[in-house]
Design a protein around this ligand. Structure first.
Ligand code: SF4
Ligand code: FES
Length: 256
């Protein structure tokens, strides 16, 4: 790692401390299905500032060094969930991972999330993940019309019951950090269960029993081994393991 000092060009900058940049080595697991038989690790040295993110490094590599580097991103601000990847062996969003929070005295390893088919470089096929999500019917199902033709009301306590699981951005960081999912691609996975939880415990929904039945499958909640990888990986801070435990308890009770 080498360092450089950049003086700010802002008026009055002479009184401000200089902004220090660093040369950081990123080692990225690359795979081009048209050329490579196996993925290969490739090194890139990139000038970075502490306040930049891993996503900024990927942009610099793509724009300045190798335009073929392939990755997904959209919002760049932790909202869309498209840039989950393994950074130093841990699932994170590249747009939420600051360089200053990593040990830049060593290379930073970046690779695609695990457990889903690798398509190219940092891009995986999300279809199996989204198929599991769709299978739990992640939408409000009601057998009655709202009273007086107005909105469906619920108390603050009823809303709080599933507040945590409304925060999911479908990034797949949880599901692709789960050792059960790595070895059994049929397992619904934490994200699908989180999104089932969001409707199972919604007082306005009438299909909790349907979803509980779906998740009482041999590839459902009982495959969870409570390793907490999912909770640690979630960039939204969702208590994923707890949500899975609550769905298990609802199945045992026979009701939400
Ligand atoms: S629960 Fe968290 S880690 Fe899993 S898909 Fe949703 S936001 Fe991503
Ligand atoms: S690019 Fe949207 S969450 Fe990171």
């Amino acid at each position: 790692m080498s360092t450089a000092v950049i003086e700010s060009e802002q008026p009055g900058a002479a009184e401000e401390p200089p902004i220090q940049s660093f040369l950081v080595t990123f080692i990225i697991r690359r795979f081009d299905p048209e050329v490579d038989e196996e993925p290969r690790w490739v090194d890139y040295d990139v000038e970075m500032y502490p306040t930049e993110r891993v996503l900024d490094a990927l942009h610099k590599i793509k724009w300045d060094q190798d335009g073929s580097l392939t990755f997904r991103r959209s919002c760049a601000h932790g909202v869309c969930g498209s840039d989950a990847m393994r950074i130093n062996g841990r699932n994170r969003l590249a747009c939420k991972t600051l360089i200053k929070d990593l040990d830049i005295s060593k290379p930073i390893y970046v690779e695609a999330i695990k457990g889903l088919p690798l398509e190219k470089d940092l891009v995986v096929d999300m279809d199996p993940f989204l198929d599991a999500y769709k299978a739990v019917q992640p939408f409000l199902i009601s057998h009655s019309k709202p009273e007086h033709g107005h909105e469906r009301l619920q108390s603050a306590e009823e809303r709080a019951r599933f507040d945590d699981t409304t925060k999911c951005i479908l990034c797949a960081a949880c599901t692709s950090s789960c050792p059960v999912f790595w070895t059994d691609g049929q397992y619904f996975g934490p994200a699908a269960i989180v999104n089932a939880h969001r409707f199972i415990f919604d007082s306005r929904d009438d299909a909790a029993d349907v979803r509980l039945d779906i998740l009482n499958d041999k590839e459902g909640v009982w495959r969870c081994r409570t390793t907490f990888n999912c909770t640690e990986a979630c960039p939204r801070g969702i208590q994923v393991t707890q949500a899975i435990a609550e769905v298990k308890q609802a199945i045992l009770r026979g009701s939400r």
